[in-house]
Design a protein around this ligand. Sequence first.
Ligand code: FMN
Length: 201
Amino acid sequence: MILYFSATGNSKYVAERIAKATNDECIFILDIMKDEKCFLSIKENENVGIVSPTYAWGCPSVIIDFLNKVSFSGKKKSYFYYIATYGTTPGNNGYLADKNLSQNTGIKFYAFFSVKMPDTWTPIFDLSNKETVTVINKNAEPQIDEIIQNIQQKSSGNFMRNKLPKFVAPSYKPYYENMRKTKHFTVDDSCIGCRLCEKMG
Ligand SMILES: Cc1cc2nc3c(=O)[nH]c(=O)nc-3n(C[C@H](O)[C@H](O)[C@H](O)COP(=O)(O)O)c2cc1C
C-alpha cells in the first residue's frame, strides 16, 4: 500500500507512478484519517510506502498527525519506506517522519527517498513559467524510476538528496508555525462553497 498526502498533486503523481510499477494500491491519507481508529491491515509480502510534500524542511501537520494516529496489524516487519517530494531541500523530513512513526508504532522506515518537483511555496517560487515547470517534471522521472528499482530490491538507507543535517530539525516547528499563518487568506463573494479548501486543510 502507498499512503500519500498531496496538496497540489506532485506527491499524488509520484505515489501513483510507483503504485503502477509495483502493482500497489494508493490511499489518500485524509480519507483514512476520517476513521477514528486509523487502522490499516498489512497483507503478506506487502510493502508500505508513505509519500509526502516537504513543508518548512519538515513534514506537513497532516503527516505528523497521521503517523501519531495510525496503527498497523499484520506484517510489522514489512518494508516501510518514505518519500518526500520537495522543491529545494527536503530538510529533515525523513528524520521527523521516522521519529513520529516509531514513537507511535515501534516501526522504523527501511528507506528514505526524495523527488525534486516544482516548488509550490508560491510566496517565493514562481510557477508561471511552463517551460521551467516542464523541465523540473521531466527531471523527476528518472528519480522516480530509481526509487522504483530500490523499492523492488527492498534497499535500505537514506537516499534523500539535498537533505539537511539533523541538528537543523528543531528549527522546523517555529518555521512551520510562522509559514502557515492564515492572515493572507480571505474569502469573498466569488467563493462557490465547494468546500475543497476545507477538505484539503
Ligand atoms: C507551505 C509550503 C511549504 C513548503 N516548504 C518547502 C520546504 O521547506 N522545502 C522544499 O524543498 N519545498 C517546500 N515546499 C514545496 C513542496 O514541498 C513541493 O512543491 C511538493 O512537491 C508539493 O507537493 P504536493 O503537490 O504533493 O502538495 C513547500 C510548499 C508549501 C506549500
